[in-house]
Design a protein around this ligand. Structure first.
Ligand code: CUA
Length: 316
């Protein structure tokens, strides 16, 4: 049987759009390659040595021809630029209502954490027709997260969060690859993505019983690592409260000046691992670093907890 698909199946809403752009660009490429190739070969044969043709050196300048070969390629290039830029933004800008799944890459596996609490390795279960945002980081070296059927790929870097999003459009099982050489077993760093009917997905989430959510786990770690001791209204230690902080601008003491940074995942992560870096104005730099004490999945849980109290009033 002929089983050599040139294209992976189109299983996300953006996949057909990306393929359309690629086919258009390949079409333009083939058209001009053929045009130039045929002309080169044709003239080569026609004007070969010994062939009786007119060699009287006709005029070398044709304005209309010049206009044609400037204007047509320019229109095509601008079209391709605008089209791909639009698509690029759509591919990397997750919709606001996307459900977030956290991803940690490490030699040589993928760890995936759903907000409802269930986690999995080298498998990703997602519901059909709903946008999913992946928030990704690495515990060691650079990996790259690639789902060909969704036409998405993004490097996964240590010490930093990168993201991807997709909206599955077809139920099925699809390949998941690490696509950045990351060591001996790079080629084994693969997995499967299961796109399920929403009802099946809900059932899958609670298959192993309804455990604590990611944010609840984060709160447990928040207490376990003694964060709560200072950040929940200590009598002796002056530390900022974290209710209502996520997503808001935070004043940072920068020498004599105060600047503002947004309390996003990056800021919270850095505040836990490099607490001396960006100290909130009006507070002493007394927080110890938790570097090498909290692993990446747990950091993501603590961030999920701080995110979950974003709408809570400060208890002061
Ligand atoms: Cu991880 Cu290649």
């Amino acid at each position: 049987m002929w089983d050599f698909p040139l294209f992976p199946s189109q299983a996300s809403t953006n996949a057909p759009r990306l393929d359309a752009l690629m086919l258009f660009e390949v079409g333009v490429l083939i058209f001009f390659s053929l045009l130039i190739g045929v002309l080169v070969v044709g003239f080569g044969i026609r004007f070969r040595r010994g062939n009786a043709v007119d060699r009287s050196n006709p005029p070398t300048h044709s304005q209309s021809m010049e206009v044609v070969w400037i204007v047509i390629p320019m229109i095509l290039s601008i079209l391709m630029y605008a089209w791909s830029t639009q698509l690029f933004f759509d591919l990397y800008e997750a919709p606001a209502d996307a459900a977030q799944v956290d991803v940690v890459g490490k030699q040589w596996m993928w760890y995936l954490q759903h907000p409802q609490g269930r986690s999995e390795t080298n498998e990703l279960h997602v519901p059909l027709g709903r946008p999913v945002k992946l928030n990704m980081t690495s515990q060691d070296v650079i990996h790259s997260f690639f789902i060909p059927a969704f036409r998405i790929k993004q490097d996964v870097l240590p010490g930093r969060y990168t993201s991807l999003w997709f909206q599955p459009s077809k139920v099925g099982v699809y390949d998941l690859f690490c696509t950045e050489y990351c060591g001996t077993n790079h080629s084994n760093m693969i997995g499967k993505v299961y796109v399920m009917e929403p009802a099946d997905y809900e059932a899958w989430l609670s298959e192993k019983g309804v455990g604590p959510s990611q944010a609840e786990e984060g709160e447990r770690l928040f207490v376990q690592h003694h964060c709560a001791g200072c950040h929940r209204g200590s009598q002796t230690v002056h530390a900022p409260k974290l209710e209502g902080v996520y997503g808001k601008p935070v004043p940072i003491q920068d020498g004599k000046d105060v600047r503002f940074v947004t309390a996003d995942d990056r800021y919270i992560r850095d505040s836990i691992l490099l607490p001396q870096g960006e100290v909130v104005a009006g507070y002493e730099p007394i927080m110890p670093s938790f570097k090498d004490q909290i692993n990446e999945p747990d950091l993501l849980k603590i961030i999920a907890y701080i995110k979950s109290i974003a709408n809570r009033e400060t208890s002061q």
